[in-house]
Structure formats: structure tokens, C-alpha cells
Write a protein that binds this ligand. Structure first.
Ligand code: SF4
Length: 90
């Protein structure tokens, strides 16, 4: 889950924000929609869930689309360099 005050979705981050994607593994149900929509940003996690690619580029339109299409809102964006997992908890 994003920390309080962090953008919840790609659209919430705004088009000018340099952001990377993350997947909340507690929410992901493994639909694979993000893999099909934004394969440069997401990869299979090996546990029937998706995860952010460690080498994912900064967020773009395909990442925004994946966040909007995720059926359980498991995708979010945070500022900073790409990382494989969700941001640290509180
Ligand atoms: S679209 Fe959402 S639920 Fe489906 S695999 Fe991606 S993160 Fe998981």
C-alpha cells in the first residue's frame, strides 16, 4: 500500500511527476492485465502475481493505463528510481 500522502494511481501522480510503478502484493490477484498493457514496467513475480520490473523506465502512458485497468487497484506510483517491490511500510 502507498504510504499516506503518496499518489494512489498513475493519474494521481500527474503527468509531470517522475515516478516509478509498484505493485502491492497483498492486493494483486494475478489477472495479468498490467503485463499485457505495460510489459516494460511489469513482469511475472513467480507467485501468480505481477511485480514492477527492476529495470522499468519512468512512468508513461502505458503504466498509467495499467494502473487504471488493474481490477483491484494494486498498482501505484511513487517518485524515485525503479525498484522491484513496493515502498517500505510506515
Ligand atoms: S493488473 Fe493488477 S491484479 Fe492484475 S496482475 Fe497487474 S497488479 Fe495484479
Amino acid at each position: 500500500m502507498p504510504r499516506e500522502g503518496e499518489p494512489r494511481t498513475a493519474r494521481a501522480a500527474g503527468p509531470e511527476a517522475a515516478a516509478r510503478v509498484f505493485v502491492d502484493p497483498a492486493l494483486c490477484i494475478g489477472s495479468g492485465i498490467c503485463l499485457a498493457t505495460a510489459p516494460r514496467h511489469f513482469e511475472p513475480g513467480g507467485d501468480n502475481r505481477s511485480r514492477a520490473r527492476p529495470d522499468a523506465p519512468a512512468s508513461d502512458e502505458s503504466a498509467e493505463d495499467a494502473a487504471a485497468l488493474c481490477p483491484v487497484e494494486a498498482i501505484g506510483l511513487v517518485a524515485g528510481p525503479p525498484a522491484p517491490g513496493p515502498p517500505p511500510g510506515p
